[in-house]
Design a protein around this ligand. Sequence first.
Ligand code: NAP
Ligand code: ZN
Length: 363
Amino acid sequence: MKYYMPTTVLDDDDVVLKSGEVFKKLGTKALIVTGKSSAKKCGALDDVIKVLDEEGISHTIFDEVVENPPIAQNYDGAIKGKGCDFVIGIGGGSPMDTAKGIAILLKHGTDDYVEKLFGKVDYDSIPVVAIPTTSGTGSEVTPYSVFTDDVKKTKVSMARRIFPTYSLIDVKYFKTMPKNVRISTVIDALSHSIESYINTKSSPYSELYALRGIEIFGEHKELLDKEEISTDVQGDFVRASTYAGVAIAQTGTSLPHSLGYAITYNFGVPHGIANGMFLPEFLRVSPVDRRNTVLSALGFGSIDEFAVYLDKLVKLIAKDVSVTEEDMIAYTELLMENKAKLKCHPTEVTHEDILTIYKNTLK
Ligand code: NAP
Ligand code: ZN
């Protein structure tokens, strides 16, 4: 059994403004990595710039990260950040994941960058500080980064494993999330917890975090699609997402994530919803004792009840998903090549099983 979580998590009101000493330890020049606008909107970027200025740390901003970032964004960010000592990723999973890839290239150079991120040699990185603004991916405490691969026509995990050195969490940054981003990212966190709990690599350590994440979702599930939620409830969702991140850092994700990648790639469905839609059918092919524990922690009496609840949320966000049988077969073939994800599922699943999950979910 192994439990490894090297990221220092600082979770507090105004945590960025209080973290001058943290940034100072990491160097004198920072690259800040963000999406187009949310880091500004939620106030995190201003806080970071203020504290860096106070500490005399110079900075460069790479604010071009798009949702489900293509691999090449790591190269663009590294060119922009040449000479920086550390990287600060602010945002949802897309900027935080890209901050990790860029941090490798800033240490080892941009030549052959795809090989450095996905090849066999294990390159390390300069330090990364992650500041999450969505309550979903847990990237602030995971070593993973996920990018869009236009050659394979799906999403792929970077081969390198980069834990952020620090993760700075402040609930105020999550308040500007639009309702649909909140729904999708909270469901992503739920998928992480469930896929970690039902996983060949789960252990009592990972289960502690995974089950608490599932329980928190169960406690607040009726509030998820409200226009407004209280700061306390938002804080609970944020913690559920970080707990789920700690859990998948130990186990990885499994079938729902690999089933969802093709749906995001082909229909632009947000990551969390693309995984979440497969959770009921995933539970049907999962060991009964684990499945029952999950349903009971969620407060649902049956898989069907859970499916009805999720379907309402999925329909709010994933409107135009129409997949032919031929496409489902192609997605299934792609998934069957992802041996790492298949190995995480406790029982053997066949091509037929996966195709059935696609058909039953997308019917
Ligand atoms: P995201 O793609 O980072 O962001 C989604 C949208 O939400 C963007 O439009 C973003 O705007 C906006 N947004 C973010 N925070 C906001 C805030 N506080 N207020 C207003 N708008 C906000 O979404 P995500 O679901 O967090 O990340 C998904 C990515 O993470 C996927 O690529 C997925 O594969 C990956 N992922 C990684 C891990 C991991 O362990 N590393 C785990 C699961 C998923 P801007 O573009 O302006 O920022
Ligand atoms: Zn995810």
